[in-house]
Design a protein. Structure first.
Length: 249
């Protein structure tokens, strides 16, 4: 199936992480020109861009309000105007220690999690949409988390930001849909990245695996495949939706 991505300019934020890199790689395999946006690991971003071929590494700082515009401008200069935006960059925030109560977390600690997970994504989408409307075609995928749906002890602030992406996508879809721009959310379940495979006890990994219909946890490539489809020309009328990739859980 021709996904119509050959030559399209794709911007992937948070592209040096395992899921982000898998997404960038999947788009490049379809012939897209990919902007690999990074925060701190410039060397990894450059190496990934070199492997992908028609790609460029561009800096992105969630805490800098001027960074979204600078990132889009550099992408346009090096590859062309952004036609596909994949908002994958995020800030985890600190997970509370056992016994530490929600009401004891100071605003100075949780406010940046809210600001940096939600505001930069909205601003980046706002700037990208202008060009997409002008071209009569565009795709936006926002990467959420199962925490937004299932909840998780100690991750109230992070979960709030990810749930916010769901509402944002649903409403933005109404504003841009008739201009050829589709907006969706991809919501990974527990995904077997290196961070999970090495940091999560084997017993918990097995428990979570047993709860899936497919008998396995998702891999980064599973998330990437969903994102590429939703952001392709093969997707002609799916917008404002949240697609969970979690093995049927």
């Amino acid at each position: 199936m021709d996904l119509g991505l050959n030559g399209r300019v794709v911007l992937v934020t948070g592209a040096t992480g395992e899921i982000g890199a898998a997404i960038a790689t999947a788009f490049a395999a379809e012939g897209a020109r990919v902007a690999v946006a990074y925060h701190s690991d410039k060397d990894a971003a450059i190496a990934l861009a070199e492997r992908l071929g028609q790609a460029a590494a561009v800096p992105y700082e969630l805490a800098d309000p001027d960074s979204p515009a600078a990132m889009l401008a550099e992408t346009a200069e090096r590859l062309g105007p952004v036609e596909v935006l994949v908002a994958n960059a995020m800030r985890w925030g600190r997970r509370r220690a056992p016994g530490e109560r929600f009401e004891d977390v100071p605003p100075a600690e949780w406010a940046p999690v809210i600001a940096e997970n939600l505001t930069p994504t909205i601003r980046t989408a706002q700037l990208a949409v202008a060009g997409m409307r002008g071209g009569g075609w565009g795709r936006i995928a926002l990467i959420s988390s199962h925490v937004a749906v299932d909840g998780h002890r100690g991750q109230e602030f992070y979960g709030a930001t990810k749930a916010g992406l769901h509402g944002f996508a649903r409403s933005l879809a109404w504003d841009v849909g008739q201009d050829g721009v589709l907006v969706n959310v991809v919501c990974p379940g527990l995904t077997l990245t290196r961070r999970v495979s090495t940091g999560l006890p084997a017993a918990i990994q097995q428990r979570e695996t047993d709860r899936t219909a497919t008998g396995r946890l998702s891999r980064a490539e599973d998330i990437a495949a969903a994102v590429v489809f939703l952001c392709s020309s093969a997707n002609t009328n799916i917008t404002g939706e949240v697609l969970t990739v979690a093995g049927g859980r």
